[in-house]
Ligand binder design. Structure first.
Ligand SMILES: NC(=O)C1=CN([C@@H]2O[C@H](COP(=O)(O)OP(=O)(O)OC[C@H]3O[C@@H](n4cnc5c(N)ncnc54)[C@H](O)[C@@H]3O)[C@@H](O)[C@H]2O)C=CC1
Ligand SMILES: O=C(O)C1=N[C@H](C(=O)O)C[C@H](O)C1
Length: 273
């Protein structure tokens, strides 16, 4: 029997790679209960019990395509879907006063504005990577970039599976932001996000990005600092998606009782400078 006093969590995009991992993580947790699962309209899981969708016994949670109805019965929403869906969910989670944990990447500036508006009414935790390791790497990147001058070229190289739809990855952008902050510059002024053809020599001070896509790679990120005489590489490898799901659940629980506002995983993990 599920303990109804535990915080109720809704997982959006429940059939996705992250959605399934998140559902299993919540079901395995002693600190939270699965309050709902949302999928897009027309998806063949809608109307079915999530336990049977996952190939097991019924769990008494029916997959719905009505996000507001699900959010209204929950304390938190964990959302790893797609930008258009996440913007819609941000407004609905705010309406339901549920903590909104956003893992979705590829968000455009106008999407971020809408999420910021929702965060005036509810707690939002958003990060392009929810793992402990990457968030430590963010802080390390900032420190190394601050310690080195522009004799060191900075490149962020990311590796992902062949189904990923956005580039650079959300993590690569977090690492680029950290490197820029360490250097005391704005990333928008120095980012070099695509090289093809006669590009000319590399511009001193630029922060470059490269995206590799292949097979089932879960997610790997290198931050390269290269001078004429030496190279430093900071690297994170996600061996499986559970690192993201565990971080997201931690964020959902951390958000309980927090006031409205937009937070990130550095807040959740206590890693802010
Ligand atoms: N922040 C982090 O730590 C991580 C972020 N991600 C990001 O999470 C997102 C999802 O990644 P994956 O699970 O690999 O993708 P996926 O394509 O396997 O899953 C996305 C799911 O969202 C569902 N969806 C789309 N629109 C919807 C709507 N309007 N309503 C309900 N459900 C909807 C889809 O049907 C699908 O099940 C991507 O943006 C990815 O970059 C992935 C891993 C870690
Ligand atoms: O799409 C993915 O898979 C991942 N997306 C996130 C990103 O864009 O950085 C995090 C992780 O690397 C996996």
């Amino acid at each position: 029997m599920t303990d109804q006093s535990l915080p109720g969590i809704v997982i959006t995009g429940g059939s996705g790679r992250m959605g399934q991992m998140l559902i299993r993580t919540v079901l395995d947790s002693d600190a939270a209960r699965l309050a709902g699962v949302v999928e897009r309209q027309g998806h063949d899981w809608v109307g079915r019990d999530i336990g049977t969708c996952l190939g097991g016994a019924p769990l008494g949670v029916t997959v719905t395509d009505d996000p507001l109805e699900a959010f209204a019965k929950a304390q938190a929403v964990i959302d790893f879907t797609a930008p258009a869906a996440t913007v819609e969910f941000a407004a609905l989670a705010a309406q339901a006063r549920a903590t909104h944990v956003i893992g979705t990447t590829g968000l455009a500036p106008e999407d971020l504005e809408k999420i910021a508006a929702a965060a005036r009414h509810a707690t939002v935790v958003r990060a392009g990577n929810m793992s402990l390791g990457v968030n430590l790497l963010v802080q390390l990147t900032k420190r190394v970039a601050a310690a080195l001058d522009e004799d060191f070229d900075i490149e962020v190289i990311e590796y992902h599976h062949n189904r990923k739809v956005d580039a650079p990855s959300g993590t690569a952008l977090m690492l680029g932001e950290a490197a820029a902050e360490g250097r005391g510059v704005a990333l928008d002024d120095v980012a070099d996000r695509g090289r093809d053809g006669i590009t000319g020599a590399r511009k001193r001070g630029d922060i470059g990005f490269a995206a590799i896509r292949g097979g089932g790679i879960v997610g790997e990120h290198d931050v390269l600092f290269a001078s004429e005489a030496e190279r430093i590489v900071l690297r994170h490898v996600a061996e499986d998606r559970s690192v993201f799901a565990r971080g997201a659940l931690k964020a959902a629980l951390w958000g309980q009782g927090k006031g409205p506002g937009e937070y990130d995983m550095l807040d959740v993990l206590g890693l802010k400078d």
